[in-house]
Design a protein around this ligand. Structure first.
Ligand code: NAD
Length: 492
Protein backbone atom coordinates (compact mmCIF):
# COMPACT_ATOMS: atom_id res chain seq x y z
CA UNK A 1 0.00 0.00 0.00
CA UNK A 2 1.65 3.26 -1.05
CA UNK A 3 0.17 6.67 -0.40
CA UNK A 4 -2.78 5.75 -2.53
CA UNK A 5 -5.46 3.65 -0.87
CA UNK A 6 -7.21 1.47 -3.46
CA UNK A 7 -10.96 1.76 -4.01
CA UNK A 8 -13.18 -0.35 -1.81
CA UNK A 9 -14.39 -3.47 -3.62
CA UNK A 10 -17.40 -5.32 -2.25
CA UNK A 11 -17.03 -9.07 -1.69
CA UNK A 12 -18.87 -11.41 -4.04
CA UNK A 13 -21.54 -13.69 -2.59
CA UNK A 14 -19.31 -16.63 -3.44
CA UNK A 15 -16.38 -15.12 -1.52
CA UNK A 16 -18.65 -14.44 1.45
CA UNK A 17 -19.85 -18.02 1.52
CA UNK A 18 -16.28 -19.38 1.25
CA UNK A 19 -14.98 -17.21 4.06
CA UNK A 20 -17.81 -18.22 6.36
CA UNK A 21 -17.28 -21.93 5.73
CA UNK A 22 -13.50 -21.57 6.16
CA UNK A 23 -13.74 -19.71 9.46
CA UNK A 24 -16.42 -22.07 10.76
CA UNK A 25 -14.35 -25.12 9.80
CA UNK A 26 -11.30 -23.64 11.52
CA UNK A 27 -13.28 -23.22 14.71
CA UNK A 28 -14.55 -26.79 14.56
CA UNK A 29 -10.97 -27.96 14.04
CA UNK A 30 -10.04 -26.06 17.25
CA UNK A 31 -7.42 -23.87 15.57
CA UNK A 32 -8.19 -20.95 17.89
CA UNK A 33 -8.46 -22.90 21.16
CA UNK A 34 -4.82 -22.61 22.07
CA UNK A 35 -4.21 -19.48 24.13
CA UNK A 36 -0.70 -19.00 22.72
CA UNK A 37 -2.16 -19.00 19.21
CA UNK A 38 -4.56 -16.22 20.23
CA UNK A 39 -1.74 -14.20 21.79
CA UNK A 40 0.35 -14.48 18.65
CA UNK A 41 -2.59 -13.18 16.58
CA UNK A 42 -3.02 -10.24 18.92
CA UNK A 43 0.67 -9.42 18.99
CA UNK A 44 0.80 -9.50 15.20
CA UNK A 45 -2.24 -7.27 15.07
CA UNK A 46 -0.47 -4.92 17.46
CA UNK A 47 2.60 -4.60 15.30
CA UNK A 48 0.71 -4.19 12.06
CA UNK A 49 -1.36 -1.46 13.72
CA UNK A 50 1.88 0.21 14.86
CA UNK A 51 3.15 0.12 11.29
CA UNK A 52 -0.07 1.53 9.98
CA UNK A 53 -0.25 4.27 12.57
CA UNK A 54 2.91 6.26 12.68
CA UNK A 55 5.72 7.61 10.57
CA UNK A 56 8.65 5.34 9.99
CA UNK A 57 10.98 6.90 12.53
CA UNK A 58 8.46 6.41 15.32
CA UNK A 59 8.31 2.67 14.80
CA UNK A 60 9.99 0.56 17.42
CA UNK A 61 11.69 -2.82 17.64
CA UNK A 62 9.72 -5.79 16.28
CA UNK A 63 8.43 -8.40 18.67
CA UNK A 64 10.36 -11.60 17.87
CA UNK A 65 8.00 -13.66 19.97
CA UNK A 66 5.17 -12.92 17.58
CA UNK A 67 7.17 -13.72 14.43
CA UNK A 68 6.61 -10.24 13.14
CA UNK A 69 9.80 -9.86 11.08
CA UNK A 70 7.90 -10.58 7.89
CA UNK A 71 5.62 -7.68 8.65
CA UNK A 72 8.56 -5.37 9.22
CA UNK A 73 9.88 -6.06 5.71
CA UNK A 74 6.88 -4.23 4.36
CA UNK A 75 7.16 -1.26 6.68
CA UNK A 76 6.85 1.31 3.89
CA UNK A 77 3.69 -0.34 2.64
CA UNK A 78 1.84 0.31 5.86
CA UNK A 79 3.21 3.60 7.08
CA UNK A 80 0.52 5.88 8.41
CA UNK A 81 -2.25 4.12 6.50
CA UNK A 82 -4.69 4.55 9.41
CA UNK A 83 -4.06 8.29 9.65
CA UNK A 84 -4.45 8.67 5.86
CA UNK A 85 -7.62 6.62 5.70
CA UNK A 86 -9.28 8.57 8.53
CA UNK A 87 -8.26 11.84 6.93
CA UNK A 88 -9.75 10.77 3.59
CA UNK A 89 -12.97 9.44 5.07
CA UNK A 90 -13.67 12.06 7.73
CA UNK A 91 -10.97 14.70 7.48
CA UNK A 92 -10.12 13.36 10.92
CA UNK A 93 -7.16 15.23 12.46
CA UNK A 94 -4.04 13.15 13.10
CA UNK A 95 -4.33 13.93 16.83
CA UNK A 96 -7.80 12.38 17.07
CA UNK A 97 -6.79 9.39 14.94
CA UNK A 98 -3.69 8.61 16.96
CA UNK A 99 -5.55 8.88 20.24
CA UNK A 100 -8.94 7.40 19.47
CA UNK A 101 -8.17 4.95 16.66
CA UNK A 102 -4.65 3.52 16.47
CA UNK A 103 -3.50 4.44 19.99
CA UNK A 104 -6.75 3.14 21.43
CA UNK A 105 -6.38 -0.21 19.68
CA UNK A 106 -2.75 -0.59 20.68
CA UNK A 107 -3.61 0.02 24.34
CA UNK A 108 -6.50 -2.38 24.08
CA UNK A 109 -4.26 -5.11 22.68
CA UNK A 110 -1.61 -4.53 25.35
CA UNK A 111 -4.24 -4.67 28.10
CA UNK A 112 -5.75 -7.83 26.64
CA UNK A 113 -2.51 -9.70 26.05
CA UNK A 114 -1.30 -8.79 29.55
CA UNK A 115 -4.40 -10.18 31.18
CA UNK A 116 -5.42 -13.02 28.92
CA UNK A 117 -3.77 -15.83 30.89
CA UNK A 118 -5.63 -14.64 33.97
CA UNK A 119 -8.98 -14.32 32.17
CA UNK A 120 -8.91 -17.74 30.50
CA UNK A 121 -8.22 -19.62 33.74
CA UNK A 122 -11.02 -21.84 34.99
CA UNK A 123 -12.90 -19.99 37.70
CA UNK A 124 -13.47 -21.74 41.01
CA UNK A 125 -17.16 -21.73 41.91
CA UNK A 126 -17.11 -20.59 45.51
CA UNK A 127 -20.71 -19.60 46.16
CA UNK A 128 -22.14 -23.10 46.32
CA UNK A 129 -23.67 -25.26 49.01
CA UNK A 130 -21.24 -27.40 50.95
CA UNK A 131 -22.41 -30.84 49.69
CA UNK A 132 -21.58 -29.84 46.09
CA UNK A 133 -18.03 -28.77 46.93
CA UNK A 134 -16.84 -32.37 46.57
CA UNK A 135 -17.78 -32.16 42.89
CA UNK A 136 -15.05 -29.53 42.47
CA UNK A 137 -17.21 -27.22 40.39
CA UNK A 138 -15.50 -24.73 38.10
CA UNK A 139 -16.45 -22.42 35.30
CA UNK A 140 -14.64 -22.73 32.02
CA UNK A 141 -14.53 -19.79 29.59
CA UNK A 142 -15.29 -21.49 26.29
CA UNK A 143 -15.15 -19.64 22.99
CA UNK A 144 -18.57 -19.26 21.38
CA UNK A 145 -17.58 -20.32 17.87
CA UNK A 146 -17.65 -18.39 14.64
CA UNK A 147 -18.72 -14.80 15.26
CA UNK A 148 -19.64 -11.85 13.07
CA UNK A 149 -18.51 -8.29 13.87
CA UNK A 150 -20.25 -5.49 11.97
CA UNK A 151 -18.58 -2.10 12.28
CA UNK A 152 -19.60 1.51 11.88
CA UNK A 153 -18.03 4.53 10.20
CA UNK A 154 -17.33 7.17 12.84
CA UNK A 155 -14.38 5.55 14.57
CA UNK A 156 -13.89 2.94 11.90
CA UNK A 157 -10.78 1.33 13.34
CA UNK A 158 -11.57 1.48 17.05
CA UNK A 159 -15.16 0.33 16.71
CA UNK A 160 -14.51 -2.43 14.17
CA UNK A 161 -11.26 -3.90 15.45
CA UNK A 162 -12.02 -3.24 19.15
CA UNK A 163 -14.63 -6.01 19.40
CA UNK A 164 -12.42 -8.22 17.19
CA UNK A 165 -9.65 -8.05 19.83
CA UNK A 166 -12.08 -9.45 22.40
CA UNK A 167 -13.36 -12.10 19.99
CA UNK A 168 -9.82 -13.29 19.20
CA UNK A 169 -8.80 -13.27 22.86
CA UNK A 170 -11.81 -15.41 23.70
CA UNK A 171 -10.80 -17.99 21.09
CA UNK A 172 -13.42 -17.45 18.41
CA UNK A 173 -12.98 -17.34 14.68
CA UNK A 174 -14.21 -14.03 13.29
CA UNK A 175 -15.72 -12.56 10.16
CA UNK A 176 -15.38 -8.77 10.11
CA UNK A 177 -17.62 -6.41 8.12
CA UNK A 178 -16.31 -2.83 8.19
CA UNK A 179 -18.62 0.04 7.33
CA UNK A 180 -18.84 0.84 3.64
CA UNK A 181 -19.46 4.46 4.63
CA UNK A 182 -15.80 4.85 5.58
CA UNK A 183 -14.42 3.17 2.42
CA UNK A 184 -10.74 4.06 2.84
CA UNK A 185 -10.73 2.83 6.41
CA UNK A 186 -12.52 -0.35 5.32
CA UNK A 187 -9.74 -1.07 2.81
CA UNK A 188 -7.01 -0.46 5.41
CA UNK A 189 -8.81 -2.62 7.98
CA UNK A 190 -8.75 -5.45 5.45
CA UNK A 191 -5.04 -4.88 4.73
CA UNK A 192 -4.26 -4.91 8.44
CA UNK A 193 -6.22 -8.10 9.05
CA UNK A 194 -4.70 -9.84 6.05
CA UNK A 195 -1.18 -8.84 7.09
CA UNK A 196 -1.61 -9.79 10.74
CA UNK A 197 -4.10 -12.58 11.18
CA UNK A 198 -4.40 -16.24 10.26
CA UNK A 199 -6.61 -16.17 7.12
CA UNK A 200 -8.20 -19.50 7.99
CA UNK A 201 -9.60 -18.07 11.20
CA UNK A 202 -10.25 -14.39 10.59
CA UNK A 203 -11.49 -12.71 7.45
CA UNK A 204 -12.91 -9.44 6.25
CA UNK A 205 -16.04 -9.17 4.11
CA UNK A 206 -16.56 -5.84 2.36
CA UNK A 207 -19.96 -4.60 1.41
CA UNK A 208 -23.08 -2.59 1.96
CA UNK A 209 -26.64 -3.62 2.71
CA UNK A 210 -26.89 -6.67 0.40
CA UNK A 211 -23.55 -8.11 1.49
CA UNK A 212 -24.47 -7.59 5.15
CA UNK A 213 -27.80 -9.26 4.54
CA UNK A 214 -26.04 -12.20 2.89
CA UNK A 215 -23.93 -12.48 6.04
CA UNK A 216 -26.99 -12.23 8.26
CA UNK A 217 -28.70 -15.06 6.40
CA UNK A 218 -26.06 -17.44 7.80
CA UNK A 219 -25.85 -19.09 11.20
CA UNK A 220 -23.48 -17.38 13.66
CA UNK A 221 -22.49 -18.09 17.22
CA UNK A 222 -22.66 -14.40 18.06
CA UNK A 223 -23.27 -11.19 16.15
CA UNK A 224 -21.66 -8.02 17.46
CA UNK A 225 -23.17 -4.95 15.83
CA UNK A 226 -22.30 -1.27 16.20
CA UNK A 227 -24.59 1.20 14.46
CA UNK A 228 -28.03 2.73 14.52
CA UNK A 229 -31.16 1.34 16.21
CA UNK A 230 -33.03 0.75 12.92
CA UNK A 231 -30.36 -1.54 11.57
CA UNK A 232 -29.99 -3.00 15.07
CA UNK A 233 -33.56 -4.25 14.82
CA UNK A 234 -32.80 -5.85 11.43
CA UNK A 235 -29.79 -7.61 12.97
CA UNK A 236 -31.78 -8.91 15.96
CA UNK A 237 -34.55 -10.21 13.66
CA UNK A 238 -32.06 -11.96 11.38
CA UNK A 239 -30.41 -13.60 14.40
CA UNK A 240 -33.67 -14.84 15.92
CA UNK A 241 -34.32 -17.91 13.73
CA UNK A 242 -30.95 -19.35 14.76
CA UNK A 243 -31.27 -18.12 18.36
CA UNK A 244 -27.96 -16.38 17.79
CA UNK A 245 -26.99 -14.11 20.69
CA UNK A 246 -26.49 -10.50 19.65
CA UNK A 247 -24.71 -7.49 21.07
CA UNK A 248 -26.20 -4.21 19.88
CA UNK A 249 -24.01 -1.17 20.43
CA UNK A 250 -26.41 1.54 19.34
CA UNK A 251 -26.68 5.31 19.64
CA UNK A 252 -28.84 7.36 21.94
CA UNK A 253 -30.47 10.71 22.58
CA UNK A 254 -28.05 11.60 25.36
CA UNK A 255 -28.92 14.40 27.80
CA UNK A 256 -26.56 16.70 29.65
CA UNK A 257 -28.18 18.06 32.82
CA UNK A 258 -26.59 21.22 34.17
CA UNK A 259 -27.58 22.24 37.68
CA UNK A 260 -27.17 25.77 38.99
CA UNK A 261 -24.20 24.56 41.05
CA UNK A 262 -22.19 23.74 37.90
CA UNK A 263 -19.11 25.67 36.76
CA UNK A 264 -20.20 27.44 33.53
CA UNK A 265 -16.68 27.52 32.07
CA UNK A 266 -16.18 23.78 32.50
CA UNK A 267 -19.65 23.08 31.14
CA UNK A 268 -18.97 25.10 27.98
CA UNK A 269 -15.47 23.76 27.29
CA UNK A 270 -16.36 20.13 27.93
CA UNK A 271 -19.68 20.21 26.10
CA UNK A 272 -18.08 21.95 23.13
CA UNK A 273 -15.35 19.32 23.06
CA UNK A 274 -18.00 16.55 23.15
CA UNK A 275 -19.56 17.95 20.00
CA UNK A 276 -16.46 18.96 18.07
CA UNK A 277 -14.48 15.72 18.37
CA UNK A 278 -15.07 14.00 15.01
CA UNK A 279 -17.51 16.85 14.23
CA UNK A 280 -19.96 15.43 16.77
CA UNK A 281 -20.12 12.03 15.04
CA UNK A 282 -19.72 10.31 18.36
CA UNK A 283 -22.30 7.95 19.87
CA UNK A 284 -21.55 9.12 23.41
CA UNK A 285 -21.76 12.86 22.76
CA UNK A 286 -24.59 14.81 24.38
CA UNK A 287 -27.64 15.43 22.19
CA UNK A 288 -29.11 18.33 24.19
CA UNK A 289 -28.39 20.38 27.32
CA UNK A 290 -30.94 21.03 30.04
CA UNK A 291 -29.54 24.05 31.90
CA UNK A 292 -30.83 25.75 35.00
CA UNK A 293 -32.12 29.04 33.60
CA UNK A 294 -30.12 31.17 36.03
CA UNK A 295 -26.91 29.74 34.55
CA UNK A 296 -27.83 30.01 30.84
CA UNK A 297 -26.36 33.48 30.06
CA UNK A 298 -23.02 32.62 31.67
CA UNK A 299 -22.81 29.25 29.92
CA UNK A 300 -23.51 30.91 26.55
CA UNK A 301 -20.81 33.50 27.24
CA UNK A 302 -18.36 30.69 28.05
CA UNK A 303 -19.34 28.77 24.90
CA UNK A 304 -18.37 31.85 22.86
CA UNK A 305 -15.02 32.09 24.61
CA UNK A 306 -14.34 28.36 24.26
CA UNK A 307 -15.24 28.36 20.56
CA UNK A 308 -12.85 31.25 19.89
CA UNK A 309 -10.15 29.45 21.85
CA UNK A 310 -10.58 26.04 20.18
CA UNK A 311 -10.85 27.50 16.65
CA UNK A 312 -9.26 30.97 16.50
CA UNK A 313 -9.75 31.05 12.69
CA UNK A 314 -13.15 29.39 12.85
CA UNK A 315 -13.79 25.65 12.58
CA UNK A 316 -13.91 25.75 8.77
CA UNK A 317 -10.30 26.89 8.51
CA UNK A 318 -9.04 24.72 11.31
CA UNK A 319 -6.94 21.58 10.66
CA UNK A 320 -8.47 20.21 13.87
CA UNK A 321 -12.07 19.82 12.75
CA UNK A 322 -13.52 16.82 10.89
CA UNK A 323 -16.10 16.74 8.14
CA UNK A 324 -19.42 14.89 7.92
CA UNK A 325 -18.96 11.39 6.54
CA UNK A 326 -21.05 11.73 3.36
CA UNK A 327 -23.77 13.69 1.56
CA UNK A 328 -26.63 11.62 3.05
CA UNK A 329 -25.58 12.37 6.60
CA UNK A 330 -24.86 16.00 5.66
CA UNK A 331 -28.38 16.39 4.23
CA UNK A 332 -29.91 14.69 7.26
CA UNK A 333 -28.13 17.12 9.58
CA UNK A 334 -28.88 20.16 7.45
CA UNK A 335 -32.56 19.27 7.41
CA UNK A 336 -32.59 18.90 11.23
CA UNK A 337 -31.04 22.36 11.51
CA UNK A 338 -33.38 23.91 8.89
CA UNK A 339 -36.44 22.56 10.72
CA UNK A 340 -35.30 23.77 14.13
CA UNK A 341 -37.23 26.66 15.64
CA UNK A 342 -34.28 27.57 17.85
CA UNK A 343 -32.15 30.70 17.97
CA UNK A 344 -28.60 30.14 16.72
CA UNK A 345 -26.12 31.57 19.22
CA UNK A 346 -22.85 30.28 17.76
CA UNK A 347 -22.06 28.80 14.34
CA UNK A 348 -24.88 27.65 12.11
CA UNK A 349 -23.04 27.74 8.78
CA UNK A 350 -22.88 24.72 6.48
CA UNK A 351 -21.16 23.97 3.19
CA UNK A 352 -22.20 20.93 1.19
CA UNK A 353 -19.19 20.90 -1.18
CA UNK A 354 -16.92 20.48 1.79
CA UNK A 355 -19.39 18.43 3.92
CA UNK A 356 -18.77 21.05 6.59
CA UNK A 357 -21.20 21.76 9.41
CA UNK A 358 -20.09 24.34 11.90
CA UNK A 359 -20.29 23.58 15.62
CA UNK A 360 -23.64 25.17 16.41
CA UNK A 361 -24.92 26.27 19.81
CA UNK A 362 -28.63 26.93 19.56
CA UNK A 363 -31.25 27.78 22.14
CA UNK A 364 -34.45 25.76 21.65
CA UNK A 365 -37.80 25.67 23.47
CA UNK A 366 -38.18 21.99 24.20
CA UNK A 367 -37.07 18.44 23.50
CA UNK A 368 -39.74 18.44 20.77
CA UNK A 369 -37.44 20.58 18.62
CA UNK A 370 -36.12 18.83 15.48
CA UNK A 371 -32.59 18.89 16.93
CA UNK A 372 -33.63 16.88 19.97
CA UNK A 373 -36.22 14.37 18.78
CA UNK A 374 -33.56 12.16 17.20
CA UNK A 375 -29.88 11.54 17.75
CA UNK A 376 -28.09 14.22 15.73
CA UNK A 377 -24.72 12.48 15.43
CA UNK A 378 -23.40 15.87 14.37
CA UNK A 379 -22.03 19.10 15.87
CA UNK A 380 -25.26 20.59 17.29
CA UNK A 381 -25.52 21.79 20.87
CA UNK A 382 -29.17 22.60 21.62
CA UNK A 383 -29.70 24.36 24.93
CA UNK A 384 -33.00 24.13 26.80
CA UNK A 385 -33.37 26.44 29.84
CA UNK A 386 -35.20 24.80 32.76
CA UNK A 387 -36.63 26.06 36.07
CA UNK A 388 -34.71 23.64 38.27
CA UNK A 389 -33.16 20.19 38.56
CA UNK A 390 -36.51 18.44 38.99
CA UNK A 391 -37.80 19.85 35.72
CA UNK A 392 -34.59 18.82 33.96
CA UNK A 393 -34.87 15.26 35.29
CA UNK A 394 -38.55 15.06 34.28
CA UNK A 395 -37.77 16.24 30.76
CA UNK A 396 -34.86 13.80 30.37
CA UNK A 397 -37.08 10.95 31.57
CA UNK A 398 -39.91 12.00 29.23
CA UNK A 399 -37.75 11.16 26.20
CA UNK A 400 -38.80 7.62 25.36
CA UNK A 401 -35.45 6.42 24.12
CA UNK A 402 -33.08 5.36 26.93
CA UNK A 403 -29.78 7.20 26.36
CA UNK A 404 -26.37 5.65 25.87
CA UNK A 405 -24.70 8.35 27.96
CA UNK A 406 -25.75 10.84 30.62
CA UNK A 407 -23.78 13.97 31.53
CA UNK A 408 -24.73 15.54 34.86
CA UNK A 409 -22.92 18.74 35.88
CA UNK A 410 -22.99 20.31 39.33
CA UNK A 411 -22.31 19.64 42.99
CA UNK A 412 -21.86 16.10 44.31
CA UNK A 413 -25.39 16.13 45.73
CA UNK A 414 -26.97 17.37 42.49
CA UNK A 415 -25.07 14.87 40.39
CA UNK A 416 -26.05 12.04 42.75
CA UNK A 417 -29.70 13.07 42.53
CA UNK A 418 -29.56 13.11 38.70
CA UNK A 419 -27.95 9.68 38.53
CA UNK A 420 -30.41 8.05 40.92
CA UNK A 421 -33.45 9.48 39.08
CA UNK A 422 -32.51 8.51 35.50
CA UNK A 423 -31.39 5.58 33.34
CA UNK A 424 -28.58 5.44 30.75
CA UNK A 425 -25.92 3.13 29.36
CA UNK A 426 -23.17 5.01 31.21
CA UNK A 427 -22.63 8.22 33.15
CA UNK A 428 -19.83 10.72 32.99
CA UNK A 429 -20.11 13.27 35.80
CA UNK A 430 -19.03 16.82 35.04
CA UNK A 431 -17.73 15.78 31.64
CA UNK A 432 -18.76 15.01 28.08
CA UNK A 433 -18.53 11.74 26.16
CA UNK A 434 -15.74 10.39 28.35
CA UNK A 435 -15.66 6.68 28.91
CA UNK A 436 -12.70 4.97 30.57
CA UNK A 437 -11.52 2.51 27.90
CA UNK A 438 -11.40 -0.58 30.11
CA UNK A 439 -14.81 -0.16 31.78
CA UNK A 440 -17.80 -2.08 30.36
CA UNK A 441 -19.38 -0.03 27.59
CA UNK A 442 -22.89 -0.60 26.29
CA UNK A 443 -26.42 0.70 26.15
CA UNK A 444 -29.66 -0.03 27.93
CA UNK A 445 -33.14 -0.09 26.43
CA UNK A 446 -33.13 1.73 23.09
CA UNK A 447 -29.38 2.32 23.19
CA UNK A 448 -28.71 -1.41 22.88
CA UNK A 449 -27.69 -4.39 24.95
CA UNK A 450 -24.49 -6.21 25.83
CA UNK A 451 -21.24 -4.51 26.79
CA UNK A 452 -17.57 -4.75 25.88
CA UNK A 453 -14.18 -3.07 26.39
CA UNK A 454 -11.42 -4.21 28.72
CA UNK A 455 -12.26 -7.47 30.45
CA UNK A 456 -15.85 -7.24 29.17
CA UNK A 457 -14.62 -7.65 25.57
CA UNK A 458 -13.37 -11.10 26.55
CA UNK A 459 -16.42 -11.96 28.66
CA UNK A 460 -18.88 -11.01 25.93
CA UNK A 461 -17.35 -13.53 23.54
CA UNK A 462 -17.16 -16.55 25.87
CA UNK A 463 -19.64 -19.03 27.19
CA UNK A 464 -19.28 -19.58 30.93
CA UNK A 465 -19.49 -23.35 31.01
CA UNK A 466 -19.99 -24.89 34.46
CA UNK A 467 -18.15 -28.17 34.91
CA UNK A 468 -18.68 -30.56 37.81
CA UNK A 469 -17.17 -34.01 38.48
CA UNK A 470 -18.90 -36.54 40.67
CA UNK A 471 -16.33 -38.83 42.30
CA UNK A 472 -17.03 -42.55 42.21
CA UNK A 473 -17.03 -42.76 46.00
CA UNK A 474 -20.04 -40.43 46.04
CA UNK A 475 -22.27 -43.12 44.53
CA UNK A 476 -23.51 -44.37 47.89
CA UNK A 477 -24.89 -40.89 48.60
CA UNK A 478 -26.08 -40.17 45.07
CA UNK A 479 -28.04 -43.39 45.06
CA UNK A 480 -30.62 -41.51 47.08
CA UNK A 481 -31.87 -39.83 43.84
CA UNK A 482 -32.72 -43.08 42.05
CA UNK A 483 -36.20 -44.65 42.03
CA UNK A 484 -38.05 -46.22 43.65
CA UNK A 485 -38.66 -43.00 45.61
CA UNK A 486 -41.07 -44.45 48.18
CA UNK A 487 -40.30 -43.20 51.67
CA UNK A 488 -37.23 -41.18 50.61
CA UNK A 489 -38.72 -37.73 51.22
CA UNK A 490 -39.46 -38.69 54.82
CA UNK A 491 -35.78 -39.41 55.31
CA UNK A 492 -34.71 -35.83 54.39
P1 NAD B 1 -25.83 2.08 10.46
O1 NAD B 1 -26.75 1.37 11.37
O2 NAD B 1 -26.40 2.80 9.28
O3 NAD B 1 -24.73 1.08 9.85
C1 NAD B 1 -23.92 0.22 10.61
C2 NAD B 1 -23.61 -1.03 9.81
O4 NAD B 1 -24.81 -1.67 9.41
C3 NAD B 1 -22.79 -0.81 8.53
O5 NAD B 1 -21.73 -1.75 8.52
C4 NAD B 1 -23.77 -1.10 7.41
O6 NAD B 1 -23.17 -1.74 6.32
C5 NAD B 1 -24.79 -2.03 8.04
N1 NAD B 1 -26.13 -1.82 7.47
C6 NAD B 1 -26.71 -0.66 7.11
N2 NAD B 1 -27.98 -0.87 6.66
C7 NAD B 1 -28.20 -2.20 6.76
C8 NAD B 1 -29.33 -3.04 6.46
N3 NAD B 1 -30.47 -2.56 5.97
N4 NAD B 1 -29.20 -4.37 6.67
C9 NAD B 1 -28.04 -4.88 7.17
N5 NAD B 1 -26.95 -4.12 7.47
C10 NAD B 1 -27.02 -2.81 7.26
O7 NAD B 1 -25.04 3.06 11.40
P2 NAD B 1 -23.97 4.13 11.01
O8 NAD B 1 -24.59 5.19 10.17
O9 NAD B 1 -22.74 3.44 10.52
O10 NAD B 1 -23.60 4.72 12.45
C11 NAD B 1 -24.38 5.67 13.10
C12 NAD B 1 -25.09 5.08 14.31
O11 NAD B 1 -24.23 4.21 15.02
C13 NAD B 1 -25.48 6.15 15.29
O12 NAD B 1 -26.76 5.89 15.77
C14 NAD B 1 -24.47 6.01 16.40
O13 NAD B 1 -24.89 6.47 17.65
C15 NAD B 1 -24.26 4.52 16.41
N6 NAD B 1 -22.98 4.22 17.02
C16 NAD B 1 -22.99 3.52 18.18
C17 NAD B 1 -21.78 3.25 18.81
C18 NAD B 1 -21.71 2.48 20.10
O14 NAD B 1 -20.62 2.01 20.42
N7 NAD B 1 -22.77 2.34 20.85
C19 NAD B 1 -20.59 3.68 18.24
C20 NAD B 1 -20.64 4.38 17.05
C21 NAD B 1 -21.85 4.64 16.44
Amino acid sequence: MDDHIPDLKFSSLEAISTCISTTRKSFLEHRTRDVEFRLVQLRKLYWVCVLCSFQNERNTIPCKKANCCVIFCSIKDHEEAIVRACALDLNKPRFETEIAESGWLLNDIVFTTRNLHKWVKDEKADDIDLPFKVMRPKIRKDPLGCVLVIGTFNFPFQLTLGPVIGAIAAGNTVVIKPSENAPNSAVVIQKICEAALDPLCYSVVQGGVSETQALLAERWDKIFFTGGANVGRIIAKAAAPYLTPVVLELGGINPAIISKTADPRLVARRMLWGKTVNAGQLCTSQNYLLIDKCLVPRVIEEFKKAYAEFYPQGAKNSPDYSRIINKNHFQRLKSMLDKSKGEVLIGGTVNEDDLFIEPTVIQVDSVEDSLCTQESFGPFIPIIPVEDLDEAINIANSVQSTPLGLYPFGSKADVAKIISSTRSGGVSCNDAALHIPTLPFGGVGESGYGAYRGRSSFDVFVHRRPITSSPNWLESILAFRYPPYAGKLNRL
